[in-house]
Write a protein that binds this ligand. Sequence first.
Ligand SMILES: [Cu+2]
Length: 183
Amino acid sequence: MSFRFPTFVLALGVAALGAIITPVSAEDVTAGPLKISAAWARATPKGASIGGGYITITNTGSAPDRLIGGSTPISGRLEVHEMSMSNGVMKMRPVEGGLEIKPDKTVTLKPGGYHLMFVGLKHQLEPNQHFKATLNFEKAGKVDVDFTVAGIGAMGPGGASSSMGGMKMDGSVGSMDHGNMKK
Ligand SMILES: [Cu+2]
């Protein structure tokens, strides 16, 4: 029966992975034709004044909508940012006129791309914390979303804080972005 052993081990592994991921998955939120899922934020270093938040928005309707801003108790302001290359330097800035979500399209806010910026953090964001933010859409209006904090260099909602190589690389990208942030 030894041939069964690898399957058994694999099953255990999958079960363990499921156990880790499940508690940090935020619930999907529906607002009219918009579906908002995978709301997460990155843990922040002590003393950081800004933090990044990420969500996936699907527009199941027939008209475009726009994410124009929002608010959250964890920071003074909530801005919608985009990243762009300028003279070989990555910069971020508020999305002018809001982030459009076209009909039948899904827009994923993620590290290195569109993101929510919590400006003027009132406290450090630590892994597995939850916080609420109210997102403001042009048509769908105000939508409350629950964010889960993932590791400091996480690339996705299930990302844990770890000492793996990806974290260092990502941390340096993050600090570069913020250092070049134009205000
Ligand atoms: Cu930003």
